[in-house]
Ligand binder design. Structure first.
Ligand SMILES: [Zn+2]
Ligand SMILES: [Zn+2]
Ligand SMILES: [Zn+2]
Length: 378
């Protein structure tokens, strides 16, 4: 949706106000926006972004003269930069999204573990504006609004779930040029996003997020560094077994391979991540690691065996139409029944043990709570 509150928060993705500190202020005029990269990284938090003016179904920028569309029927504001900022992830590809098969059901299993870590560490209050950076179809933004927080989502690809488009403010935009005013969202999070960006892209996203959350804001991330723990050896052994079962047809391995096919993995270590945060004027306030021991057995092995078995049963029960072409690349399993949903909720609790028991053991995947440097109080 596009709420009145959202229209108060949006800004031109590529234009900065002239006012700033002694280092980043600049004479008015769009020419000064050419110095964007330097000015936004200023230690002061950088200048604010230029407010947009509404004219019927579009918004306009008085600095660059750009026009942006309000797509009310589709439920989102199109605030993508007029020119591409850098490479796009293949998540922007519609077909790719469809093959991942996202539904609007409440997140369960590891997705729920991540979502609840976000809610615990970020603790968005009722009425507080929360931004989902790289919201995809909007599934998690829907969930983030459940405690009364005002959730909004931004993604480069506008393939939103119908339920998200109806209940959550949505914006099409580039995370490296966020179209929001300074401090518009005191809480923001990004899950499974940073690993899709190169090093410069990671810093760009962190810089933009720092401005969007404002001096007293907080940013939650879930991503991974290229590290591993001894415990991860167990996970790799389970994955090897899963691959073997995949070759034998007992597991559908393509979906997971698709999900990971686009990883750039620019974060080398946790120290490296801290350096990238510092370059963006942020610091790590809290960190928990995600050693997936229970998840490896329950979700990566057990559930995939179960799903594939259901898929096979559904296929053998279905009459084949004669002369049909190649089968779809990733046949979806039939929707789970009530018992399966209850089981998934129970298993979710089991999966939380990975964080409770092993959250202190250093490894690659991690949950991090970031805050602006020196802005802990504000
Ligand atoms: Zn400054
Ligand atoms: Zn401008
Ligand atoms: Zn502009």
């Amino acid at each position: 949706m596009i709420s009145a509150a959202l229209l108060e928060r949006v800004a031109c993705p590529v234009c900065l106000e002239s006012a700033g500190c002694a280092q980043c202020s600049s004479p008015a005029g769009h020419a000064a926006c050419g110095d964007y990269a330097r000015r936004v990284r200023c230690a002061c938090g950088g200048p604010d972004k230029v407010r947009l003016r509404a004219h019927g179904e579009s918004l306009s920028c008085s600095c660059c003269g750009g026009a942006y569309a309000l797509r009310r029927a589709e439920g989102y504001a199109d605030l993508a930069p007029p020119r591409p900022v850098g490479d796009l992830t293949q998540y922007a590809d519609h077909e790719f999204q469809e093959r991942l098969g996202t539904t609007d059901a409440e997140p369960v299993l590891s997705a729920r573990v991540k979502a609840d870590m976000m809610r615990r560490m970020l603790a968005p209050g009722a009425g507080q504006a929360v931004l989902d950076l790289g919201c995809g179809a909007g599934k998690l933004a829907l969930y983030a609004g459940r405690d009364g927080a005002l959730a909004a989502g931004v993604d480069v690809a506008p393939f939103f779930l119908a339920r998200a488009a109806a209940a959550v403010d949505l914006v099409r935009g580039d995370l490296r040029r966020l179209p929001f005013r300074k401090g518009a969202f005191p809480r923001a999070y990004s899950l499974d996003v940073l690993e899709h960006l190169d090093e410069a892209g990671v810093v760009d996203v962190l810089v933009e997020a720092r401005r969007a959350v404002g001096p007293g804001g907080r940013l939650f991330v879930y991503t991974h560094a290229m590290e591993s723990s001894t415990l991860a050896r167990f996970q790799r052994a389970v994955n090897r077994l899963a691959r073997r079962l995949g070759r034998a047809g007992f597991i559908d391995h393509e979906r997971e391979a698709l999900r990971k096919s686009d990883h750039v993995n620019a974060i080398r270590s946790h120290e490296h991540f801290e350096t990238l945060c510092a370059a963006a004027g942020l610091e790590v306030a809290e960190r928990r690691y995600y050693n997936v021991v229970v998840k490896a057995v329950v979700e990566d092995l057990g559930l995939r065996l179960y799903e594939q078995a259901r898929r096979r049963r559904a296929r053998s029960g279905r009459a084949r139409s004669p002369g049909s072409g190649a089968p779809p690349p990733v046949p979806a399993a039939p929707p789970p029944g009530r018992l399966a949903r209850a089981a998934a909720r129970g298993l979710t609790w089991l999966l939380k043990l990975d964080v409770v028991l092993f959250g202190g053991i250093r490894t690659g995947p991690f949950f991090g709570l970031l805050r602006p440097r020196g802005g802990a109080g504000a």
